[in-house]
Design a protein around this ligand. Structure first.
Ligand SMILES: NC(=O)c1ccc[n+]([C@@H]2O[C@H](COP(=O)([O-])OP(=O)(O)OC[C@H]3O[C@@H](n4cnc5c(N)ncnc54)[C@H](O)[C@@H]3O)[C@@H](O)[C@H]2O)c1
Length: 272
């Protein structure tokens, strides 16, 4: 198997100015790839190119994509995101609608064999409970129509961060196979538990310290950006060429630990 020839690759990384996106951009740069950073603020390290964008604004996204016209794109890492404390509207625009728009606009100009990786979250692990409705939303491409749909279903989007991570996982699953068959582009998601980045404190206030303590008890530590960046790179590489449309949990055994506790509780009554 040929190793990925990183120096020939142009990889667009959103959220490259901080946390997980920054670490992904660093690791790609170390391997010789050309990183095109899309963020609302400039990255703290020298990357091949920086384009300022507000991923919550469709016009800003369209302008960023237009400025990439001449460059072939081999990979897209949709990493930028905001926590619940940013407000529900910003959450759905940046974490969901903006990500969809950027991906849809870049898709036709991506080289066959390319890959898209979406940063979801373990917060979205209950997506199957709302799959039918989230499927409906996944199939609305128009920004205004999607906003109207979200407005009409606002009750289901309380706890907007988790719900739009669910929506992201459902969208990834909904379109990945079609995009792979028609365009030769693989799309997958990566779902971390808590990661020590600048938005970690927002997560503690949104989900509660007790929840974080429970996770710590089950995984031994909080993840670092490195723990998440490495699987993102793997899903970009040719090595993962037969992985399409999955949501890869990268959470130190959190769900396995919960499964073990659930099974012990269920089995316990029949034990002598
Ligand atoms: N840190 C965690 O515990 C954790 C856990 C699970 C999932 N995630 C997800 O990982 C991703 C990265 O988070 P992080 O922890 O590295 O956070 P971070 O705050 O360190 O980085 C987020 C980046 O997104 C950029 N960004 C935010 N709003 C933007 C906008 N409107 N337009 C353009 N860029 C914008 C920021 O400038 C920043 O560079 C997010 O999607 C987040 O939901 C994080």
């Amino acid at each position: 198997m040929q190793p990925t020839n990183w120096p020939e690759k142009n990889i667009v990384v959103t959220g490259a100015s901080s946390g997980i996106g920054l670490r992904v951009a660093e690791m790609l740069t170390e391997r010789g790839a050309r990183v095109i950073a899309l963020d609302r603020k400039p990255p703290p390290l020298a990357l091949s190119r920086y384009i300022q964008v507000d991923l919550g604004d469709p016009d800003s996204i369209d302008a960023a994509v237009a400025s990439l016209e001449e460059e072939p794109v081999h990979g897209l890492c949709n990493i930028a995101g905001v926590p619940e404390t940013a407000g529900d509207e910003t959450v759905y625009k940046v974490n969901y609608l903006g990500l969809k728009r950027l991906s849809g606009c870049l898709l036709p100009r991506m080289a066959r064999g390319g890959a898209i990786v979406n940063l979801a979250s373990t917060a979205g692990h209950m997506w199957h409970e709302r799959a039918n409705l989230l499927w409906e939303l996944a199939n609305i491409d128009d920004w205004n129509e999607a906003e109207a749909w979200i407005d009409a279903h606002s009750v289901m989007f309380e706890e907007s961060y988790s719900k739009f991570k669910e929506a992201l996982i459902v969208w990834t699953r909904a379109v990945a196979s079609g995009w792979y068959m028609r365009h030769g582009i693989r799309m997958n998601a990566v779902s971390p538990g808590p990661v020590k980045t600048p938005i970690f404190d927002d997560f503690v206030s949104a989900f509660g310290m007790q929840n974080v303590d429970d996770i710590l008890e089950r995984t031994g530590r909080i993840a670092l950006p490195d723990d998440i960046a490495a699987p993102v790179l793997f899903l970009l590489e040719d090595q993962s060429r037969w992985i399409v449309g999955v949501d890869l949990p990268t959470e130190g055994g959190l769900s396995a630990s919960r499964f073990t506790s659930d099974m012990r509780e269920r089995v316990h009554p029949v034990l002598p």
